[in-house]
Design a protein around this ligand. Structure first.
Ligand code: HEM
Length: 256
């Protein structure tokens, strides 16, 4: 059997934690981590896992839409009431939001900074022009899908959570708000486009993550790359695929 050549991952293989020369070390290890490109890839990986957790649980929560308005609104209420009365109402939600926002900002800042660093220097040559094309295509896909998802989130929050950009917004009734919005075919199509971009981003991101963290293990075997790719594709298809069913269900009158 001939071994198939895997396209290179977005991140380089990392076999040891970020190395910073002794005389270059600052008093704060976090600053060293931020300064090295490997450190930035680590930060991207860790924050990426946090964001993956969010999109997975958000999608699972959204499935409640198929059970009807009372179930969905009850779930939204449950999130606001987490750990009450030990912690005041919406307290846990705000802690989760702060973590999510922090992860999001760091993820974008690292992506931007790594792009700038890559533009300035490309010390390790690609093995072939095919590798260059593959990496370039993946990097470009990640950039564009990331930008689309970022813009979508801002619009999603303005219309669904804060409501100031949405004439159908009903405070305290997320089911009514989201289904009324998704009935509009323009809104529905924008949700589908954003979730296709999310799917691409999750696929490449998860695959890169396996390469970044997987190669830390001495037992890391590139032979298992097809399995890793399958898991990355499965995660992306489940999250984005389920999310895409919501606008389709609303536009066809199955929900709302
Ligand atoms: C068709 C897919 C989606 C539906 C139906 C949906 C629905 C909703 C609804 C109803 C809320 C408001 C919940 C509430 O006020 O209690 C919400 C909030 C939110 N959604 Fe989505 N969403 C979808 C996709 C996404 C995606 C793809 C992302 C991110 C990549 C996302 C990020 C957020 C965020 C950050 C919030 C604010 C959460 C908070 O209250 O802190 N959503 N979504």
């Amino acid at each position: 059997m001939t071994a198939t050549k895997e396209p290179p991952a977005l991140t380089s293989d990392i076999t040891s934690p970020p190395i910073v020369k002794r005389h270059q070390r600052s008093a704060f290890p976090v600053i060293d981590l931020w300064k090295s490109s490997v450190g930035k890839k680590w930060i991207m990986g860790v924050t990426g896992v946090m964001l993956m957790g969010f999109v997975l649980f958000h999608m699972i929560g959204n499935l409640k839409m198929y059970l009807g308005a009372s179930h969905f609104d009850e779930y939204a209420h449950f999130l606001r009431e987490l750990l009450v009365p030990i912690i005041p109402e919406t307290g846990v939600l705000w802690i989760l939001r702060a973590g999510l926002l922090g992860a999001f900002v760091l993820h974008i800042a690292c992506a931007y900074s790594l792009t700038q660093m890559n533009r300035k220097a490309r010390p390790i040559k690609y093995q072939s022009s095919r590798d260059y094309v593959a990496v370039n295509w993946a990097a470009r896909t990640m950039r564009w899908s990331g930008i689309i998802v970022g813009l979508f989130i801002l619009w999603h929050l303005a219309t669904i959570t804060w409501g100031w950009a949405n004439p159908d917004f009903v405070a305290g009734e997320p089911y009514e708000t989201i289904t009324a919005s998704l009935h509009n075919p323009i809104v529905g199509v924008l949700y589908i486009v954003a979730n296709l971009a999310l799917g691409f981003h999750l696929f490449h991101g998860t695959w890169s993550l396996f390469q970044t963290f997987g190669s830390l293990s001495p037992r890391f075997n590139p032979r298992h790359n097809p399995l890793r790719k399958g898991i990355a594709a499965g995660f992306a298809i489940v999250v984005a695929g389920a999310n895409i069913t919501f606008p389709i269900a609303a536009m066809t009158g199955v929900i709302g």
